[in-house]
Design a binder for this molecule. Sequence first.
Ligand SMILES: Nc1nc2c(ncn2[C@@H]2O[C@H](COP(=O)(O)OP(=O)(O)OP(=O)(O)O)[C@@H](O)[C@H]2O)c(=O)[nH]1
Ligand SMILES: [Mg+2]
Length: 493
Amino acid sequence: MFIGELSDFPFSELIGRRREAKFRLKGYRAVRTNIKNSELTRPDLITLASERLDLVSVVEVNKDGSPGKFSYANIISANKDDDSKWEINRFSNLGETDTNFEYKINEIESELEKAYYKNGGNIETEGVILVGFDTKYKYIAENSLEELESLAKSAGKTVINKLIQIRRKIDPRYLVGKGKLKEIILHARHYGADTIIFDTELTPTQANAIFKEADIDVLDRSQLIIEIFAKHATTNEGKIQVRLADLKYNLPRLRGKGVELSQLGGGIGTRGPGEKKLEQERRKARKEIDLLEKQINGLQRRREHTRKNRKVTGIPTVSFIGYTNVGKSTLFNLATNSNVVSQNKLFSTLNPTTRKLMLPSNGQVLMTDTVGFISKLPKELVNAFRATLEEIGEADLLVHVADASDPFVDEKIESVEQIIESMDCQNIPKLLIFNKKDMADQATIRNLKERFGSQMVSALDKSSKDLLLEEIEKFFKENTDIKIEKADFMKTG
Ligand SMILES: Nc1nc2c(ncn2[C@@H]2O[C@H](COP(=O)(O)OP(=O)(O)OP(=O)(O)O)[C@@H](O)[C@H]2O)c(=O)[nH]1
Ligand SMILES: [Mg+2]
């Protein structure tokens, strides 16, 4: 029983941030009494939904102290066609209710559980709500959100629902504005989500302010990308690079537990224990960054050495570049009879691989498979993936692979070209090739051919190997003055 505004009651402190609950209710019922009015207020209902209380009710007290009108509300199942979160039941007199509340609550919980699974929830994996955002156009936010969904799946998460917010002016504190943010949080809790992922890079201020409002996890697009890289990193260098990117991105976003408390307790000019701890964490992160930078520089020198040796041999180098998941690694495997990882996930490749390869008229080249690009790539990651950047920077030819079956192929080609330019590699000769021809319809193939005049291949079709290699050979002959040495069979055996 609580007197006063329900929304002021410190449920979170009392019950804690119970993340394992997912579709469960918290096991708390709130009864409020009121002298004048028996209506549940909006704050009552919001508290019901956000704290996942079993029930919230209000009893009117008659002048003589006897109970009068009575109403109660409970959460209803999340439904993608209807955003209602609660239902209210009203009775003209408390004595009139013959509801068995134990039974009722069990019934609600079993409905919530059913809806959780029906909405795609999965108790084993992390359930996420995705939030798309743009300052102008819904379709831009939608396209980007679709990609965010693939990213979330590549990270092994379950996408429960997607929301889009268009706002002319970015809120520097809450991105989407405080009111909208509260709605999104409520929505996420209603669906039993574990995490909200924003499809933009949140500034440190936004990340911290949003975290304070939401009592479930919050990620942004860049953190999600870093998380995927971390999952896929297998080599020592890959792991160091990801850790470095992670530390650099999150250093200004460190929150430090207990900072709010120390700010409340300490007067102006004093530093509470929370802030000191935060400072310690920052210092620790900076130290680790320094150490990792040194390790990476060491590895870089070693790679430089290898590349110099390669240069001496005079064999031209060809690097496959392109948007993530277009089939670079599959094509690389086909061309070089290799076995690097290729799979239908974003960022399968993290480290460049180089192999020697024979072109149709016996000329030799070195071919490299590289990390895929993505639009809005966090700069901490671009810098961290130096191994790939160096490979690209040193290449004699960049084979830009694009996916012919992708409706957004134009935007992705553009995005790759921009990244290449930002890496100062725009002067390296480039050959555009369309892959996944088998998945594109005839009209699209004709249209792409007309506009780009590029070769169409399918990495799944063995005959594409010759097409690709002939194209590369022809390009060297017609567009560069690089002489490709023929393999010397006597020497190499
Ligand atoms: N239908 C079809 N699927 C293809 C083709 N080429 C590649 N794929 C599939 O596309 C998915 C991605 O292929 P990858 O070779 O891993 O792509 P990638 O460009 O190396 O991706 P990242 O390393 O993540 O940047 C895999 O499931 C491949 O089997 C193709 O020509 N046709
Ligand atoms: Mg790959």
